[in-house]
Design a protein around this ligand. Structure first.
Ligand SMILES: O=C(O)CCC(=O)C(=O)O
Length: 258
């Protein structure tokens, strides 16, 4: 939502998204941020049934390199929140998020992935430089994600780092490395990345060709974020299997499409 209370992007915000590959607006109220944190805590402590959610451990915890004194600090990622949990469906479809998405992608929308990226204090690991689109066997017809920190996100605890405008370079070569899939390192200089510090409840709307990464969490505070990834209902999924976390969020669906 803009400062004027509008739930659509202004012309200058729209232009910023096109020029830089991202734009920031407020999307969640404080009580929504608190409700999301409480719900995530319930999942990682086993107080709430995780069902078909995919719970991913921090690599160093999984490999036995660090021990956590409390289980809540073991997890790195939870996938499938919007399909699994009405609370997250309601957040992902609230006008402050859905209206800008419709402006950017048109009226017919699917969410192709949703989840939480947890960076536990001092354990949360780096997510290396990448673009999102090369991760997916999808012929995209328009794509945008909103990344929403639930804690203050700073350079020290792992806020987003982006190369403004570099989405215009198209898809960059990626390589598999230990526990990650990242842009080939001859494709960028580290100094090109800029930190995007954010308040809880702010939304970073970004295009999936924008190079981005997050550092490890060096602090004693949490850095949790939720991510909702949208695409036009006219995109095509090209793998044989089903796209596990896909959810219809607006407008029509089309035969043979996602
Ligand atoms: O939250 C993070 O640490 C990384 C998020 C990210 O890279 C993404 O959503 O594509």
């Amino acid at each position: 939502m803009t400062q004027s209370g509008e739930q659509t992007l202004s012309d200058s915000e729209f232009k910023q998204y096109q020029d830089e590959g991202y734009v920031l607006t407020d999307v969640l109220a404080n009580d929504e941020v608190e409700a999301a944190k409480t719900r995530l805590r319930e999942y990682v402590t086993g107080q709430r049934e995780t069902g078909d959610l995919a719970m991913q451990l921090e690599p160093r915890v999984e490999q036995g390199e660090v021990e956590v004194e409390d289980e809540t600090k073991a997890y790195r990622k939870i996938s499938g929140l919007v399909r699994h949990d009405e609370l997250f469906y309601d957040l992902a479809t609230k006008p402050a998020i859905l209206e800008p998405m419709k402006q950017l992608l048109g009226p017919h929308l699917k969410m192709y992935w949703s989840g939480a990226m947890l960076k536990p204090p001092q354990i949360g690991s780096e997510k290396g430089p990448h673009q999102d689109l090369p991760y997916w066997p999808i012929q995209f017809q328009g794509e945008c994600s909103v990344w929403i920190p639930l804690d203050e996100a700073t350079p020290d605890n792992g806020c987003m780092q982006v190369i403004p405008g570099a989405h215009k370079r198209g898809q960059l070569p990626h390589v598999s490395v230990e526990n990650d899939f990242v842009i080939q390192d001859d494709q960028y200089e580290e100094s090109q990345f800029q930190s995007v510090p954010m308040d809880p409840g702010e939304g970073l709307f970004f295009y999936g060709l924008l190079p981005h990464f997050t550092r490890s969490n060096q602090t004693t505070d949490w850095r949790r974020a939720i991510v909702f990834a949208y695409t036009s209902s006219r995109s095509r999924y090209t793998a044989d299997s089903d796209l596990p976390d896909c959810v219809h969020v607006s407008g029509e669906s089309f035969p043979g499409c996602i």
